[in-house]
Design a protein around this ligand. Structure first.
Ligand code: SF4
Length: 159
């Protein structure tokens, strides 16, 4: 069976909510102090690369080339699984530091609202929360439905 190759457009579409979340998050954090926006974006890129290195090699989609996020393409499949661990263990070990990407912008937004309330910041914070905590999980849930990675902790939650 031939597996269709993802294009750059597919990659952007599949990761659109996450890209929007990171950009809006950087804008919010940058309003506290502009260099923090660059640090946040650098952290977001690094955390995704480390996810590809430490979690993706244990997922069946990575080696099959069927990852809906296209992480097998972005990483060039250069990361290899090590013996003695599983996808579920790697996911649990590494998901918490990735969560900072979701929680730093709301912390910065609430701080800004407290010290100098503005409707613009409230709108930015609302957009961030809708994308990060509703649209993105809904999109991930659709990806996970029917996934055959049996020991994935995310799969257990969506069933
Ligand atoms: S489905 Fe998830 S864990 Fe699997 S390769 Fe893609 S991003 Fe990585």
């Amino acid at each position: 069976m031939t597996i269709p190759q993802m294009t750059v457009r597919d990659l952007v579409r599949e990761n659109a909510f996450q890209i929007v979340m990171y950009i809006v998050g950087a804008v919010i954090i940058g309003l506290v102090w502009w260099p923090l926006a660059a640090i946040y974006l650098a952290y977001c890129i690094l955390s995704n690369v480390l996810f590809m290195a430490w979690v993706c090699p244990y997922c069946g989609h990575y080696s099959l080339g069927t990852c809906a996020s296209g992480f097998h393409i972005l990483s060039g499949r250069r990361f290899k699984a090590k013996l003695g661990t599983t996808f579920a263990r790697q996911f649990r070990r590494n998901v918490s530091w990735m969560a900072l990407g979701w929680f730093l912008p709301p912390i910065a937004g609430i701080y800004l609202l407290i010290v100098d309330f503005s409707w613009a910041i409230l709108v930015l914070l609302s957009v961030f929360c809708v994308v990060a905590f509703w649209l993105l999980p809904e999109s991930s849930r659709k990806h996970c439905e029917g996934c055959e990675t049996g020991d994935c902790p995310r799969r257990l939650r969506v069933r």
